[in-house]
Design a protein around this ligand. Structure first.
Ligand code: PNW
Length: 482
C-alpha cells in the first residue's frame, strides 16, 4: 500500500519499552531469610526426582543480596524497563494475615534502585510461588489439598494484591496479576511437571477457573488501591497452534488445543464466558459447576494491557494412538496437560531447535500479536517474555559468545516489528531473561540469560547478546547480526 507505516522500516514506535524479565523464585535465593516461608516451588524442588539434578532456588542468582549490582548492570547495558515478580511468601508468609515489612522493603528498595537508574519497573504479582500453606493447610480440610483448584486461593490472592499495591503503588505504574496461568493450572495440577505436582484433570480445570477469578479479584483490588495512572494487565502464554494438515480431523485437534491453551483464558477475560466447545469437550470430566455465574463479570475486568509470552509454536494432529506425544517433549510428564484432548498428538515444528528442543519460529509471534489485536481491540500489548536457551560456555578469553541467541532475538524482534507494521499496538518487549536462572523442572541446566551467571562465584558475565540487545534498547533500532 501507499499509506505510511506507523513506524519506519527499522525503527520501533516512540516510547517503546526495551526490557528484560525475571521471576522471584528463579533468581532471588534467600529462601529462608527475613521471614520468608516455603512456597510450593520450595517444597517441589526439595522433593527428590522433581527437578533435574536436585536443584532448588535456595540460592539461585542470590539476587536478593545483589539486586543493586544487578540494576547497575541493567543500566550499563542500556535497558529501559525491568519486569520482576513479587514473592508472595516473602511478603505474606502463610498467604493469609499480616504482611512482613522486611519483605515489602526489599521490593521498595529494588524499585527505588530501578527508578534512580531511569528503568521502568513492571511488577508481576504471581509467578508461580504460591505460599505452601495455601496448598496444604486448606481450611475445609479437603484431603485433596487446596491451592488454585479452590476458590479460597483466588480470594487470598486479591488480598495479597492489595498489600503489594499499598507498598509499591506510589512508585510502580505497570502491574501484571498472573504470569502464565496455563502453566500454573495445567503443568502444576495436570501433568504435574511443575509445583505442586498434582496430576488431576479436574483439579487443573478448576485451577484455571480460580486463576481467572483470582486475576479478576486482584485487578479490582489493584484498581481500588492504585493511582489512576496505573496500568493493570496479565501475562498469558498463548499457544500459536497449527494443524499438521488441513484435514478436518487435524483442524479439530487444533480447535481443541486452542480452547485449552488460549480460549479458556481469553474467553472469560475478554468476552465474559467460557467457550461452549471447551465445556462440551470436557463434559465427561466435569459439569463446570465450580464456575458461579457472577464470577464471569469479575473476571472480565477492563485490561490496560495484555502481556504475551512467546517461545515457539505448536503443531498438532488427530490420533488414535494412546501413546502419542502430548506436548513437544519439554514438559511431558506421564500425565497429559490437556484434559479431555486424549486424541491429539503433538509434533516437532520444523526448524532449528534451542537447548529446550523448542523450534525457532518467529512467525508464531507475529501471528499471536495480530490475533490478540483482533480479539482485544483497543488493548495495548506487551511481549512480556521472549527468549531462548542455548549451550552457552565461557570462552578462553572469559567472554560468552552467543550468536544463536543474537539471531533469535533479532528474528523475534523483527517479528514484533512486523506485527506493529500490520496494526498491532505493541508497547514494549521484555527479553527472557536478564540472567541465567533456575529454569523450573530443568534446574540450572538451561541458560536463558542475556547475562551469564557463574553459580560458583555468582559472577555476572554479559553475553554478546546482552551487548547487542543493549544497543537495540539504546538506539530503538535493531543492530545488524553476524
Ligand atoms: C515460561 N511449557 O515458562 C516462564 O514464564 C518462565 O518463568 C520460564 O523460565 C520461561 O518461560 C522459559 O521456560 C514456561 O512447557 C515453561 O509450555 C514451560 C512452558 C511454557 C512456559
Amino acid at each position: 500500500g501507499t499509506a505510511p507505516a506507523a513506524t519506519g522500516s527499522a525503527g520501533f514506535p516512540p516510547g517503546f519499552l526495551w526490557g528484560a524479565a525475571t521471576a522471584a523464585y528463579q533468581i532471588e535465593g534467600a529462601a529462608q531469610e527475613d521471614g520468608r516461608t516455603p512456597s510450593i516451588w520450595d517444597t517441589f524442588s526439595r522433593t527428590p526426582g522433581k527437578v533435574l539434578g536436585g536443584d532448588t532456588g535456595d540460592v539461585a542468582c542470590d539476587h536478593y543480596h545483589r539486586f543493586r549490582d544487578d540494576v547497575r548492570l541493567m543500566a550499563e547495558l542500556g535497558l529501559g524497563a525491568y519486569r520482576f515478580s513479587v514473592s508472595w511468601p516473602r511478603v505474606q508468609p502463610t498467604g493469609r494475615g499480616p504482611a512482613v515489612q522486611r519483605g515489602l522493603d526489599f521490593y521498595r528498595a529494588l524499585v527505588d534502585e530501578l527508578l534512580e537508574h531511569g528503568i521502568t519497573p513492571m511488577a508481576t504479582l504471581y509467578h508461580w510461588d504460591l505460599p505452601q500453606d495455601l496448598e496444604t493447610a486448606f481450611p475445609s480440610g479437603s484431603s485433596a489439598g487446596g491451592g488454585w483448584p479452590e476458590r479460597d486461593t483466588a480470594e487470598r490472592f486479591a488480598e495479597y494484591a492489595g498489600i503489594v499495591a499499598g507498598a509499591l503503588g506510589d512508585r510502580v505504574e505497570l502491574w501484571s496479576t498472573l504470569n502464565e496461568p496455563w502453566c500454573s493450572a495445567f503443568l502444576g495440577y495436570g501433568s504435574g511437571v511443575h509445583a505442586p505436582g498434582r496430576t488431576d484433570d479436574v483439579a487443573a480445570l478448576r485451577a484455571a477457573h480460580h486463576l481467572n477469578l483470582g486475576h479478576g479479584l486482584a485487578a479490582k483490588a489493584l484498581r481500588a488501591a492504585l493511582p489512576a495512572r496505573a496500568k493493570i494487565g496479565i501475562a498469558l502464554n498463548p499457544s500459536a497452534v497449527r494443524p499438521l494438515t488441513d484435514s478436518p480431523e487435524d483442524r479439530d485437534a487444533q480447535r481443541r488445543i486452542d480452547a485449552l491453551a488460549n480460549r479458556i483464558f481469553s474467553g472469560p477475560l475478554l468476552k465474559g464466558a467460557y467457550p461452549q466447545d471447551l465445556i462440551a469437550d470436557t463434559s465427561h470430566l466435569t459439569d463446570w459447576s465450580f464456575v458461579r455465574p457472577e464470577d464471569l463479570a469479575v473476571i472480565k475486568q477492563p485490561l490496560d494491557f495484555l502481556g504475551i509470552n512467546y517461545y515457539a509454536p505448536a503443531v498438532v494432529s488427530a490420533t488414535d494412538d494412546p501413546n502419542a506425544p502430548r506436548k513437544d517433549g519439554h514438559n511431558s510428564g506421564s500425565h497429559s496437560p490437556w484434559p479431555g484432548a486424549d486424541k491429539v498428538a503433538f509434533h516437532q515444528a520444523p526448524g532449528e531447535l534451542t537447548a529446550m528442543d523448542w523450534p525457532v519460529d518467529p512467525t508464531g509471534l507475529t501471528d499471536l500479536l495480530l490475533q490478540y489485536t483482533a480479539e482485544a481491540p483497543g488493548v495495548p500489548l506487551f511481549v512480556t517474555e521472549n527468549g531462548a536457551a542455548f549451550e552457552d560456555r565461557v570462552g578462553e578469553d572469559g567472554r560468552v559468545h552467543d550468536p544463536d541467541r543474537v539471531r533469535y532475538l533479532h528474528s523475534h524482534l523483527s517479528a514484533v516489528h512486523e506485527a506493529i507494521r500490520r496494526g498491532a499496538d505493541v508497547r514494549g518487549y521484555f527479553l527472557w531473561s536478564l540472567l541465567d536462572n533456575f529454569e523450573w523442572a530443568y534446574g540450572y541446566s538451561k541458560r536463558f540469560g542475556a547475562v551469564y551467571v557463574d553459580y560458583e562465584t555468582q559472577a555476572r558475565i554479559p553475553k554478546s547478546s546482552a551487548r547487542w540487545y543493549g544497543q537495540a534498547a539504546r538506539e530503538g533500532v535493531l543492530p545488524p547480526v553476524e
